[in-house]
Design a protein around this ligand. Structure first.
Ligand code: TYM
Length: 324
């Protein structure tokens, strides 16, 4: 089974992305052929500082390794180093209706958020994502819930291409967790935890003091009972999901543990759990920050492997589309 997923180099990894996506990547490394990449081309749809961008990209690679990606078990590379992503994106653009792109939730949200920079890249973002996935004949794409719509579009594009030009692409499936696919902001449990709002994030490399402060001040409600109820108690439900995923214990069991106790107890214990569970990430990141050459070697190995697969697919695509 071939598995692929990506992350934008737009800031440190928070527990939302970790639980929703990266914790799945870690597990899947044992199960199949895994390809993970840093989506730097996607990140350019929002202005980036050119002088800082290479470091941001390298930092994301370091963070992925620190978060548990094993370079012996998976391919890790930088999207822009494989020219075929942009090439296939262009070709797929020619079979993608603009109306489909205009109804994407992320496009609508981002064009509201960045009113002065509604560039064509923002609209075509999901087409590049489809190219990322189809280029590698991917079967499974482990992502958070916010990527589900993009994955549906990828499937539509793959089927359309196959119909028009003959069987070429595997039609991929999204892998989305039952629990933890959408971790909410600690400061506002009705909003997704998101890199574009640093206030909302608990980073997996946060120091113990910051972890405690963020968890203890997480917004909850005026009730007292620790119960999983995402509609009436979204803050508590979010904390329970985080607790469950970092302890590996079912939510029901955690609810029972805190029966008769208050929210402060839940927060205190969750903070302690996170301080312990996130310690290896902090340690590994510090270690890797001092081993830049090693990380660059991993990315170079990843580039070579990715390129071989990407070129093979593109040869077929060019032939099928009748390019000279
Ligand atoms: P990005 O960089 O926004 O996020 C990386 C992954 O983390 C997941 N995620 C979350 N999951 C649960 N709760 C949250 N609060 C949360 N925040 C983020 C995301 O769903 C994602 O899986 N477009 C993608 C990158 C990409 C990609 C691809 C992914 C580019 N090409 C091809 C898969 C396949 C993105 O912006 O992810």
């Amino acid at each position: 089974m071939r598995i692929l997923s990506g992350i934008q180099p737009t800031g440190s990894i928070h527990i939302g992305a970790y639980i929703g996506a990266i914790s799945q990547w870690r597990e899947l490394q044992k199960a199949g052929e895994c390809i993970f990449f840093i989506a730097d081309l996607h990140a350019l749809t929002i202005p980036q500082e050119a002088k800082d961008f290479p470091k941001q990209t390298l930092d994301t690679a370091i963070e992925l390794l620190a978060a548990g990606l094993d370079p012996e078990k998976c391919v890790i590379f930088i999207q822009s180093q494989i020219k075929e992503h942009a090439e296939l994106c262009w070709l797929l653009n020619t079979i993608t209706p603009i109306a489909e792109l205009e109804r994407m939730t992320q496009y609508k949200d981002k064009s509201k958020q960045f009113r002065k920079n509604i560039n064509a890249g923002l609209l075509n973002y999901p087409v590049l994502q489809a190219a990322d996935i189809l280029l590698y004949q991917t079967e499974s794409v482990p992502v958070g819930k916010d990527q589900q719509q993009h994955l549906e579009l990828t499937k539509t594009i793959a089927r359309k291409f196959n119909q028009r030009y003959g069987e070429t692409f595997k039609v991929p499936e999204a892998l989305i967790l039952q629990e933890g696919a959408k971790i909410m902001a600690l400061s506002n449990p009705k909003k997704k935890m998101s890199k574009s709002d640093p206030q909302s994030c608990l980073y997996i490399f946060d120091e113990p003091d910051a972890i405690k402060k963020k968890i203890m001040s997480a917004v909850t409600d005026t009730g007292k009972t620790v119960k999983y109820d995402p509609v009436k108690k979204p803050g508590i439900a979010n904390l329970l999901v985080i607790y469950s995923s970092f302890s590996g214990r079912p939510i029901k069991e955690i609810e029972k543990q805190f029966g008769g106790k208050g929210y402060a107890d839940l927060k205190k214990q969750l903070a302690e759990l996170l301080v312990i569970q996130l310690e290896p990430f902090r340690r590994k990141k510090k270690e890797l920050l001092a081993r830049e050459i090693y990380v660059k070697e991993i990315l170079e190995r990843g580039r070579k492997r990715a390129e071989t697969i990407a070129q093979t697919t593109m040869e077929e695509v060019r032939k099928k589309m009748g390019l000279f």
